[in-house]
Ligand binder design. Sequence first.
Ligand code: FMN
Length: 410
Amino acid sequence: MTAGWQRRGYNVACMRALARTALPRPVFDFADGGAEDERTLRGNEAAFADLALLPRPMNGPATRDLSVDLFGTTLALPVLIGPTGLAGLFWPDAERLAARAAAAAGTAYCLSHGSVCTLEKLAELGTAPRWMQVFVYNDREFMRALIARAAAAGYHALVLTIDNQLLGNRERDVRNGFTIPPRFGPGEVVGMALKLPWLRRMYRELPRITFGNYVRPGVTEDISRMAARMAHLLDPALNWADVDEIRQLWKGPLLLKGVLHPAEAAEAMARGVDGLIVSNHGGRQLDGAVTSLAALPGVLEVVGGRVPVLIDGGVRRGADVVKALALGATACLIGRPALWGVSVAGEAGVAHVLDIFRREIDRAMGLVGAARIADLGPDLLFRGNAPCPIFPSSTVTSISMTSPVSAIVG
Ligand SMILES: Cc1cc2nc3c(=O)[nH]c(=O)nc-3n(C[C@H](O)[C@H](O)[C@H](O)COP(=O)(O)O)c2cc1C
């Protein structure tokens, strides 16, 4: 029998609404919010809405194959779970549950540097593919040690995020006075009855919430102090020599996440990077940055098919995935949708979100007339009333005042 939340959570937007009901406001906003006026956050979703599909349903495929090849592995669907720090705040052991849901769905899970569980604890599950995300730290020894730990724990790919070397200004967190563990003022206590299941689940966990990968043996450090230490570890003077060093250290696939500028894509190619993730961090870092979808064609042009180009930010529907792939992306990542899933029902919630994507992609592919991912191309896209301008040749003619802990997460 279908649980009530599954019936009500029939699409990603509904899962967001259910998560909003389940979580205390500051916790929900920590994931849901973006930087400053949230223009880039909203723009990410709007960009998908502004791009239309141009179906060719004649000779439509009886069945569709959603699989994609990525770094020698076949994924059952072109949606991966991207790195989100402090996921363990939404549900106990959320990172491991999400990794299990991803593996069961036949896709990859990328662990955040700022996970609650350690990278080793997640690796103990043996789920695959598992990717590890890191930053460049001014303590380069710490950076090298983290990468060595990821290699020792058998992570399959390393993701270097380049757009988080300064902390984003998330004003919802400032307004809410968001802290870890969360403290609730009179405003949030109203309606708290609905949040009781979360409180009950998290009661024992909250005091233990930490950034697992940053815990130092023998050192007791509360999470605020740890967040301050992590913030100081970030090095805004990140440069290509760091990428060269990481390229030397990491033998497996190396991806850069947060690439928007074609010139940076070109440089990444020259440095031997194996993949790019076109991303503005879900609008959580530089408000006013270009939307991921708008930046994608420029990056693709420079890359010219040499390495996989993935995209995240605002992917909420199977049709969004189909549009990104028709533009030339290899796959999409989701951030918030997976967090909404885990907030609603733990592992089952993440599995449900991935299943929504699977069903929606399958349906959208069938309706545009694509049997396999390789059939998705720019001829299936249409923008405005004119032939898609991106493809003229197409056949269609500072650390926040009150919230250091949240800002460090990414
Ligand atoms: C709560 C939260 C925490 C995040 N933490 C990280 C992180 O630690 N590292 C990182 O590279 N990106 C992080 N991101 C960004 C996501 O990986 C991803 O780029 C973004 O969420 C994609 O947009 P979407 O949420 O619209 O799908 C985080 C995003 C959220 C919502």
